[in-house]
Design a protein around this ligand. Structure first.
Ligand code: FE2
Length: 292
């Protein structure tokens, strides 16, 4: 028996995303929550919006709805979404932009296609990640961080084969501008054929990769578009390799697990059933505000 420490994390499992409709009926690819995986502590949901080429008038959104107890992170690759909320925030999300919304005690918001994009149509592709908040932070005041594409740091590997957009955490010597409540890593890698990246991460982080395009190799295992790769916590780095013939596009997302009970009901994620009942009551009586 060897006592040698493994150098890179091994693959714990690979799951397929499922196609489903969200909001008014827009297509998402969802690795979790699904029957295969209910959550990936501290992450509650990952939706890949599209990718889809929409005709004129086909774009749909998610009209006014509340959130409490967690954070939503929206990252656009193509398309143009208009966000509005009950605290008076409004803004358009265009390709490359990131919106990190800490719902905390509660907001009502809407995520709709921007008027001109809705009218003319076009390609829609993006991501929404839900990050759970620890018990101590569930009722904090809501906060927004809107980061335009040009402020998202990009790093390139020495061999020039890999680039990374650093949305949260640190990669290839570059640090993100977004602040997170608990330590989170959110990296978007683009790796050319023959390229590879070794990403360091603390051993306590839960980590997964989501393949957006191309094919990723992890030792013996490979994953393709729409698949989520969950890693064991058996080493403090992840090796992402592109042994395929086309560009590999993948998200690497990791964070410290909270290890707390998760009681979720639709747009509310709390620690107890009573807190969910309270959230509905607060929403119903207008305590989360309304979009005006
Ligand atoms: Fe939302």
């Amino acid at each position: 028996m060897t006592k040698e420490k493994q150098l890179v994390r091994s693959v714990a499992g690979i799951i397929n995303s499922v196609e489903t409709l969200e909001g008014e009926g827009f297509l998402v690819h969802r690795p979790f929550p699904t029957y295969a995986l209910s959550e990936f502590d501290p992450f509650l949901l990952l939706d890949e919006m599209g990718p889809k080429d929409l005709g004129p008038g086909e774009a749909k959104g998610a009209p006014d709805h509340p959130h409490r107890g967690f954070e939503t992170v929206t990252y656009m690759l193509h398309g143009n979404m208009q966000h509005k909320d009950s605290r008076g925030n409004a803004g358009a999300l265009t390709p490359g932009d990131v919106q990190w919304m800490t719902a905390g005690s509660g907001v009502v918001h809407s995520e709709m296609p921007e008027k001109e994009f809705a009218r003319s149509g076009g390609r829609l592709h993006g991501f929404q990640l839900w990050v759970n908040l620890p018990r101590r932070d569930k009722m904090i005041a809501p906060r927004y961080q809107e980061i335009p594409a040009e402020r998202i740091p990009i790093a390139t590997s020495e061999d020039g084969l890999s680039t990374v957009r650093v949305i949260a955490g640190e990669s290839l010597g570059v640090r993100a501008v977004i602040e997170t409540r608990t330590p989170i890593m959110y990296l978007h890698f683009t790796i050319q054929p023959g390229g590879s990246v070794t990403q360091k991460l603390p051993s306590e982080y839960n980590a997964f990769a989501y393949v957006v395009g191309g094919q990723a190799s992890f030792g013996e295992e490979t994953a393709t578009r729409g698949q989520m790769v969950m890693f064991e916590r058996d080493a403090n780095q992840v090796l992402l390799e592109n042994n395929g013939n086309s560009t590999l596009d993948a998200l690497l997302i990791a964070g410290v697990p909270l290890g707390e009970p998760v009681v979720r009901y639709g747009p509310f994620v709390m620690n107890t059933k009573e807190e969910i009942v309270q959230a509905f009551e607060d929403y119903r009586t207008g305590r989360m505000g309304a979009i005006t």
